[in-house]
Design a protein around this ligand. Structure first.
Ligand SMILES: [Zn+2]
Length: 1002
């Protein structure tokens, strides 16, 4: 066995070894791996060309995950991942100089469990010897523009811990590898750094940026990926690969390629070896001029390559032999099989000073007029379902911990969070949540998520029954977004259980579809809660009442409300307080204690927002517009499609200059219903106590019968003087400044004044005049921009008639329910008006309330039976003994083993965002008796991905142009569970050994 691979007790899975060790209070982690010492020898006096054999296996794109794995549906694309792994392993075993990296753990783990013990031993040996290395190691290679940070962390944790459990430290990837995602976010690099990666390589960046970098030899840099974390915490060595992720021209030796094989017999009429060698020497020399050291890489592989690995390896064996034979004739080029990590190790040893990058790599264009900014919005319903599923997974994870083992096996059957965890990880893939797969594949992503929800619903039911002490007929109304819930629409008496996954208590207005005019609502203490029924039906349509009442839930816990229908009353008229508004009326105003919002009496459109607490007024208009999607033109053929956004005209079409409005003014909600067209409407809403204005839009089916694909935006216009600047979040975390028609590090030649100014918005976009800030929070990822001062826009939906020629081969024409119809999408924008100083206090908190909104579970009343005899039932429960400080978010609480828990805490403010309450100060908290469900006996801090103890984690050090010498090692702070401190934007990850409390302190 090679150095670095430690033996483990035979027959015991690693997790059990760890648990046994933890129980004894002993060191719970396996020893290290001399990873870089397994790298191949290089020649210091020569140019070393590292060949990187690799395959890029999309976890769904043109085919579903399973179709790719098994190699089904060849007619769509010839690709079979199981054959690739079979073939690569035998090719590696046949010749010990060969090396390979594998990346997508969703595929690898599936293949692994189908192998014999002998095959598993062989593969472990290859890993121990560094001949098979894992790169990236996430469950998938996630998208970077449309993913939410917490979901990225979850999917990386899943993949990396499979590798850890299976291979120990030699299986831990040292290099992050995002060769295909369409642009790169700064937060992604920060998360990778916090996971312990030594370096990061990718393939795609703006063509103008790449050209400049080659000239300036800045293809490789240190990315300083956080404006808050202390360097080098979020510093990451980042390299741009020379040729995307493809091999050099004419050197592609795969069943999927057509290049000439190496013919090295001089007597053969096909002999080409000499020409090939010369060609290789020339392209190596040419490539080296763009990089700083005497090491370069060539990516030898591409999409689903290596199904017959022998073709690749046999030709590379010959190439290496022939090229290196030239050294005896004076050639100074040395070519070798290598891996990205081994290449990185050589760069590190070069001990150069590297320049520093602080912005990001959005938007990505691969040529003039070719901005990949459409996928920021593509498939908006899938994007929302992904975000909702992330929320439900957190609910499921938390209840699995809070209820203890009873969550897994209880009266409702076997519950599990694993299926949803895997489905959600798959959904992070760069063709999944990005919206760039074929339609049948997008349907399959949704199918996987739905199956995950089912397993989690069993778990949640078991947990709620156990914690509440009553077995109820729980109902999950998953169609509340379209106001459908058969239980509440028929029952005379039911319970509404509000589970709050946040570590702060919350108050929220509950809305449920019902069938009558009056209900009696009681809170968990049995007291009457004010409630109202409002009619939400569109004009002229059937009576459609909704019950509205304010509810609250404790941190990490639930409250049970009981609802009873009162004897039927027939209202005198349809709705006492709902009035269609005559155009010309000047009474179109909604107001609560914090906000006053008025509408133009002539057009019915939003006119002004006033923040009453601050005495701020801002004229704001809002309306829907659409861009007509380009189908390509004579000068440039690029069409708008699933990836690319390219409007035909830069000025969007206003959907309608005025709207029909209806005002609903009740004590518990005030709404202005705006009807823009047959396929676009909106409800502008204020609840009591709410500091934001809610705009619930419904868009679709987008008509395309006029021959135009349409990209629909919601645009806000104000007189704010914003100097071409606006701000967007990076994966829901830190904020980046954007400047219209500018890039921070190069002179942009702008070819698309609209699409070239679009950026990903995961959770928020805002504009300011340095005094007033107008912020819009989103409920999913969308593309957004500010195309003139004082204006900001978000693309909410797109329906297109042409493919954009990036491989998916379908127009983004999402079907709706009926044949030939398009998809209807509903979503919400939350608008906040505040001073620049105070704005973050609200948008940071509200963004978390939005991402982890309470989960509503329903049950008919009177059907419950005691969970265990003699144990009283509970109508309220909290998993926390006290709520967390405002600045601290409980990012993860998940079961890690029979007696261990994964815990992540996050400071959600950036430096300088604190406002009058100083919320961006460091916060110290006591974890020791924080949780009511369990007691922590031992706490160990880990890297962000929980696959290494922080005390053992080391990263390569790099000298940067901003500092003198190598940066100091990150020293793990000594851990005192009673005083855990979080700095602004810091996430700390812990594995806690716990004992579940027998009699819960409720
Ligand atoms: Zn891909």
């Amino acid at each position: 066995m090679a150095a670095g691979c430690r033996a483990r007790a035979p027959g015991l899975p690693l997790r059990l070894v760890l648990l046994a060790a933890a129980a004894l209070g002993a060191e719970a982690w396996e020893g290290g791996c001399d990873y870089y010492k397994l790298c191949p020898a290089t020649k210091p006096s020569m140019l070393n060309v590292h060949l990187l054999p690799h395959t890029h296996d999309d976890v769904g794109w043109l085919k579903t995950v399973d179709q790719y794995y098994y190699g089904a549906r060849d007619g769509i694309q010839h690709a079979g991942v199981q054959y690739i792994l079979d073939s690569v392993v035998s090719a590696l075993l046949a010749n010990e100089s060969r090396r390979f990296i594998y990346v997508e753990i969703a595929f690898f783990s599936y293949w692994w469990k189908q192998q014999t013990v002998q095959m598993q031993q062989d593969v472990k040996q290859l890993v121990c010897q560094g001949r098979l290395q894992f790169a990236n190691g996430g469950w998938v290679m996630n998208d970077e523009a449309t993913t939410y940070y917490a979901a990225i962390i979850d999917q990386m944790t899943l993949g990396l811990n499979f590798l850890r459990d299976t291979f120990g430290d030699c299986g831990r990837p040292r290099v992050a590898w995002h060769i295909d995602p369409f642009g790169h976010s700064r937060e992604q690099a920060s998360l990778f750094a916090q996971m312990g990666f030594d370096g990061y390589f990718f393939g795609r960046l703006d063509y103008q940026d790449k050209k400049r970098r080659k000239i300036k030899k800045e293809m490789e840099q240190i990315w300083r990926a956080s404006a808050n974390l202390q360097p080098p915490q979020a510093d990451l060595f980042t390299g741009v690969l020379p040729n995307g992720y493809n091999p050099p021209q004419d050197l592609c030796w795969d069943v999927l390629c057509f290049d000439y094989p190496v013919v090295d017999d001089p007597d053969s009429p096909e002999y080409n070896a000499k020409i090939l060698v010369n060609y290789f020497l020339n392209i190596s020399t040419a490539q080296a001029q763009y990089y700083l050291t005497n090491h370069i890489v060539m990516t030898m592989g591409s999409d689903f390559h290596y199904e017959n690995a022998n073709i690749w390896f046999k030709n590379m064996d010959k190439l290496i032999h022939m090229v290196n034979a030239e050294q005896s004739k004076g050639s100074l080029i040395n070519v070798l099989y290598s891996t990205p990590a081994c290449y990185l190790w050589e760069l590190n040893k070069a001990n150069l000073t590297w320049t520093v990058k602080q912005d990001d790599f959005f938007p990505y264009a691969d040529g003039p007029h070719q901005f990949w900014t459409g996928y920021f919005t593509s498939r908006p319903a899938l994007k929302r379902y992904e975000r909702l599923s992330h929320k439900f997974l957190q609910v499921c994870n938390q209840l699995e911990v809070l209820a203890g083992p009873t969550a897994l096996a209880g009266p409702y059957g076997q519950g599990s969070s694993a299926r949803l965890r895997q489905a959600l990880a798959v959904a992070q893939h760069h063709d999944a949540v990005s919206g760039t797969s074929k339609q049948h594949v997008a349907n399959d992503y949704a199918r996987q998520l739905a199956a995950g929800w089912e397993s989690c619903q069993v778990l949640v039911s078991n947990a709620l029954a156990s914690l509440g002490g009553s077995k109820e007929d729980f109902v999950f109304c998953n169609q509340l977004n379209i106001s459908v819930c058969p239980l509440t629409q028929t029952a005379n008496h039911f319970q509404a259980i509000l589970y709050n996954p946040l570590a702060w208590s919350i108050t929220q207005t509950v809305r449920l579809p019902v069938s009558d005019w009056a209900y009696h609502v009681r809170n968990p203490s049995g007291q009457t809660v004010p409630s109202e029924v409002i009619d939400v039906s569109a004009e002229g349509s059937k009576f459609h009442p909704e019950l509205v009442f304010p509810a609250s839930a404790p941190p990490l816990g639930f409250s049970i409300y009981s609802v009873t229908r009162l004897p039927s009353r027939t209202p005198q008229f349809r709705d006492c307080c709902s009035t269609p508004v005559d155009q010309g009326s000047d009474h179109l105003v909604i107001q609560n204690e914090h906000l006053r919002v008025s509408f133009d009496p002539n057009t019915g459109l939003l006119q002004e927002i006033e923040n009453l607490d601050r005495g701020l007024r801002l004229p704001v208009s809002q309306a829907f517009y659409w861009y007509n999607a380009s189908s390509g033109d004579f000068i440039h053929p690029q069409a708008s499609g699933a990836y690319i956004f390219r409007p035909e005209k830069n000025k969007p079409f206003l959907l309608r200059h005025w709207v029909n409005t209806r005002l609903v003014k009740k004590a518990l909600v005030q709404e202005v219903h705006q009807n823009f067209s047959a396929w676009c409407s909106q409800v502008v809403r204020l609840y009591p106590g709410q500091r934001h204005l809610e705009l619930e839009w419904t868009v679709g089916p987008v008509p395309v019968g006029d021959g135009w694909g349409k990209e629909v935006i919601s645009r806000f216009d104000s007189p704010l003087k914003t100097s071409g600047r606006f701000y967007t979040d990076s994966n829901g975390r830190e904020i980046l400044e954007r400047r219209r028609d500018k890039r921070p590090t190069w002179d942009l030649n702008q070819t698309e004044p609209v699409a070239g100014n679009y950026y990903p918005v995961n959770s928020r976009i805002y504009i300011t005049d340095e005094q007033i800030q107008l912020t819009v929070l989103t409920d999913r990822s969308q593309g957004g921009s500010s195309l003139s001062d004082g204006s900001l826009e978000l693309m909410v939906h797109r329906r297109l008639l042409y493919d954009d020629n990036r491989g998916v081969g379908e127009a983004l024409l999402e079907p709706g329910d009926g044949p030939g119809t398009g998809l209807v999408v509903r979503g919400r924008h939350l608008v906040l008006l505040d001073t620049v100083e105070e704005a973050a206090a609200e948008h940071r908190l509200q963004a978390q309330r939005e991402a982890l909104a309470p989960q509503l579970v329903l049950a008919p009343a009177g059907h419950g039976t005691p969970y265990s005899p003699g144990v009283p039932t509970l109508t309220q429960f909290s998993g926390l003994r006290r709520e967390l400080p405002t600045a601290v978010h409980l990012l993860t609480l998940a079961r890690w083993g029979p007696s261990s828990v994964l815990l992540r805490l996050e400071h959600i403010f950036e430096r300088g965002e604190g406002g009058m309450f100083n919320l961006s100060q460091p916060v110290t908290l006591n974890l020791q008796d924080l949780f009511s469900a369990f007691t922590i006996s031992h706490l160990e801090e880990t890297t962000l991905s929980a696959d290494q103890p922080l005390s053992k984690a080391t990263r390569l050090q790099w000298r940067t142009s901003t500092g003198g010498g190598p940066v100091p090692m990150q020293s793990a702070p000594s851990l005192d569970p009673s005083a855990v401190t979080l700095q602004p934007m810091e996430i700390r990850t812990f594995l806690a050994s716990v004992t579940w409390n027998k009699e819960r302190d409720r």
